[in-house]
Design a protein around this ligand. Structure first.
Ligand SMILES: CC(=O)N[C@H]1[C@@H](OP(=O)(O)OP(=O)(O)OC[C@H]2O[C@@H](n3ccc(=O)[nH]c3=O)[C@H](O)[C@@H]2O)O[C@H](CO)[C@@H](O)[C@@H]1O[C@H](C)C(=O)N[C@@H](C)C(=O)N[C@H](CCC(=O)O)C(=O)O
Ligand SMILES: Nc1ncnc2c1ncn2[C@@H]1O[C@H](COP(=O)(O)OP(=O)(O)OP(=O)(O)O)[C@@H](O)[C@H]1O
Length: 524
């Protein structure tokens, strides 16, 4: 959820003539283009490589064309921008290609530069409020078990086989997405699993990609700072299910948004219901039922049309993780895999072999309280998490969390309230205050927690390390601690800057300090 941190580009770029780009895509340019070869494209000076087209895009703070000179010095051979950018950068000394709206053209231009017009790998896309990262990891793990070389892009990381890079955005800008696809092609990837945020749809980040199968998890309160209301937020995600973007879709119909999407989408659709008696249960084509839950595993049966059935397990806590697995499996079936074959391969290995970093990840060791590190940061995720952990915990549940600064403020009250309704002890702490006053964020969470009127004990501990220690002090053998929010993250965004803060390691250090032995490595 942050700024640019790096990109996976092709190792052996195949340059193309800039004049070809301009002619083939019918673009306008201001200078002579003859003899100029382009091999990449970027919209940040932090990632310019020799032979790049630098994209001068208007931003919230500044017009990117202001950096054309710096980009040229770093090796950029052309500038792509709008009319305002061309005015700003008219003396930059490299050819300028002008488009009416940069974002609207960018995906197709990046696709052309990286030769992605005819991607022959199967492309999967996953959207929804909660569960996208988990579904993408489960899809990728299933494909690996099925012997299919694949790559993924998620909030946690971009990954091609053993090569991984930490992510900045959930869905990278189109310049990065297309570079990633080209790099995947070099690595003989046969399937691509992409997490697609609502912002990615609104900001044209996946333009120039045609998805073979897209999946929808759910829709609940998030990002209402970016969207006027739920209707707007839904519409952004629903765009992924358009015929010009995707061939087929799988929709989880556990909530009314999923039911609506299944009714409205104009592509061939399959539905899956994973909560018995929920709004879409009776009409869904596929149904998933949880058969057993433990701290480390959830088993389920997935039944489909024509009596087809698969029984397996996912090594993650929570019925919602079984929902995510069910969606991933039906997406694979829709892409052409046979359910019986999937069942055979997966069960020969004792279930789905997946590790999802920072999603209900157990950080604690054999003794003492079970410490879950999770990325949940929406009221709905809090609720699912608390229900799941409660079901497998004989003792107390301690819930530790904070909230993002400079992001949707309207969800804070509900986050606090749900925490205090579901936990025995609530510890509120700072998270990423960014430019906001952290005390104000905590006060909103505290107010929500108090409004629950529950018996939960509420602590407000600003310092994150002290808050972790407080949570551990409140729990013992048989109890559980959930740290909701940080998941895989290794930094905190404070006062407009970034500080290194590896949450997983901090928790391990605090567990050790309290006399417990944390897990050696981060396997879920
Ligand atoms: C609020 C927002 O959308 N910001 C995006 C925007 O940044 P900005 O408008 O602030 O950019 P700016 O600082 O004004 O700079 C303008 C241009 O100059 C360039 N620049 C700027 C400075 C410099 O030194 N060199 C340089 O080249 C910038 O790369 C940019 O292209 O343009 C940048 C790309 O150029 C994006 O990376 C950035 O996304 C930010 C990081 C972001 O957090 N976006 C959020 C809303 C987002 O997309 N979130 C979803 C979350 C999904 C989920 O939780 O489910 C996501 O997909 O990640
Ligand atoms: N299907 C689901 N329904 C409800 N909550 C879920 C579901 N799957 C995951 N969660 C909760 O949401 C959290 C985030 O999960 P995940 O990272 O998979 O979602 P995401 O959609 O990728 O989130 P983001 O877009 O913010 O990266 C999890 O850590 C868990 O608490």
């Amino acid at each position: 959820m942050g700024a640019f941190v790096g990109s996976l580009r092709p190792e052996h770029p195949q340059p193309r003539a800039l004049s070809g780009l301009v002619t083939e895509l019918g673009l306008t340019s201001s200078n002579l283009l003859d003899g100029i070869e382009i091999s990449g494209i970027t919209l940040t000076t932090k990632d310019v490589r020799p032979g790049d087209v630098f994209v001068g895009m208007p931003g919230a703070k500044i017009h990117g064309a202001s950096f054309a000179g710096a980009a040229r010095d770093a090796g950029a051979v052309a500038l792509l921008t709008d009319a305002a950018g061309a005015d700003i950068a008219h003396e930059c000394g490299i050819p300028i290609v002008i488009v009416p709206e940069v974002r609207e053209s960018l995906g197709h231009i990046a696709s052309w530069i990286y030769r992605n017009q005819d991607v022959d790998a199967t492309v999967f896309g996953v959207t929804g409020t909660n569960g996208k990262t988990s579904v993408v990891y489960i899809l990728s793990a299933l494909l690996k078990q099925l012997g299919v070389t694949n790559g993924l892009s998620s909030t946690a990381e971009r990954r091609i086989g053993d090569v991984a890079m930490v992510s900045g955005l959930t869905t990278p800008e189109s310049t990065e997405v297309h570079a990633l696809l080209a790099r995947m092609r070099e690595s003989s990837v046969r399937a691509v699993c992409l997490e697609v945020s609502a912002q990615a749809m609104t900001r044209h980040r996946v333009d120039g990609i045609h998805f073979d199968v897209v999946g929808f998890t759910n829709l609940s309160h998030d990002h209402l700072d970016d969207y006027a209301d739920f209707e707007d937020y839904y519409a952004a995600k629903a765009q992924l299910f358009s015929p010009d973007i995707a061939s087929r879709g799988v929709v989880t119909v556990d909530d009314s948004w999923g039911v609506r999407l299944a009714e409205e989408a104009l592509i061939p659709l399959t539905t899956v219901a994973t909560i018995p008696n929920s709004v879409g249960w009776d009409t869904a084509q596929w149904k998933m039922t949880v058969t057993e839950q433990t701290q480390r595993q959830t088993s389920f049966v997935l039944s489909g049309p024509d009596g087809r059935e698969l029984t397996t397990s996912v090594p993650l806590l929570g019925s919602f993780m079984a929902s995510n697995a069910a969606l991933a499996i039906v997406m694979l079936v829709e892409s052409g895999f046979d359910l019986e074959h999937i069942a055979h391969v997966v069960n020969a290995a004792g279930g789905i072999q997946v590790v999802v970093p920072g999603r209900t990840e157990i950080v604690s060791g054999e003794f003492g309280p079970v410490f879950y590190l999770d990325y949940g940061h929406t009221p709905d995720a809090f609720s699912s998490l608390l229900t799941a952990v409660r079901e497998v915990t004989p003792g107390k549940v301690v819930f530790l969390f904070g909230a993002d600064g400079d992001r949707d403020k309207t969800k804070r009250h509900a986050m606090g309230k749900i925490a205090a309704e579901g936990a025995d002890v609530v510890v509120i702490t700072d998270y990423h205050p960014r430019t906001e006053d952290p005390a104000v964020i905590r006060a909103a969470l505290r107010e929500g927690a108090t409004s629950a009127g529950s018996a939960a004990e509420i602590f407000d501990v600003a310092d994150v390390q002290s808050a972790i220690a407080r949570a551990i002090a409140e729990a013992g053998e048989g109890d559980a601690i959930i740290y909701a929010g940080p998941g895989h993250e290794t930094e905190r965004e404070v006062a407009g800057g970034t500080i290194a803060f590896n949450f997983r390691e901090e928790i391990k250090a605090a567990l050790t300090e309290a006399g417990y032995t944390p897990r050696g490595e981060h396997t879920a």
